[in-house]
Design a protein around this ligand. Structure first.
Ligand SMILES: [Zn+2]
Length: 112
């Protein structure tokens, strides 16, 4: 499987994960509306908001990675995939292997 196939597979995986998280989030909202509004003193309520935060954080990072994967796939279409967007050199295959959504070579990425 080459990097592009892996990117496409990853995109599907992330989309599936995102819709699971959306479902979790919806379920939590329903639970929450049943619970009393007093989070501070209701142990069940604070567990719920902790869970909600966890789902929220996970959703944010999934969206983030999905955006990176989408960018990488757009670069595949544009024919610039695997080329560092900063210095224009080819990104070493070993790096693309580890991080198929990478848009910069190690040197440029570490500069920030
Ligand atoms: Zn570079």
């Amino acid at each position: 499987m080459d990097a592009v196939d892996r990117l496409r597979a990853r995109e599907l995986e992330l989309r599936a994960q995102l819709s699971r998280l959306d479902a979790d989030d919806a379920a939590l909202r329903v639970d929450r509306s049943d619970a009393t509004a007093d989070d501070e003193h209701d142990p069940e309520g604070s567990t719920l908001s902790g869970e909600w935060q966890r789902v929220d954080a996970l959703r944010a990072s999934t969206r983030d990675e999905l955006a990176q994967v989408a960018t990488a796939l757009a670069r595949v279409d544009a024919g610039t995939y695997g080329v560092c967007e900063r210095c224009g050199r080819e990104i070493p295959a070993a790096r693309m292997e580890v991080r198929p959504q990478a848009t910069m070579c190690v040197a440029c990425a570490s500069v920030g």
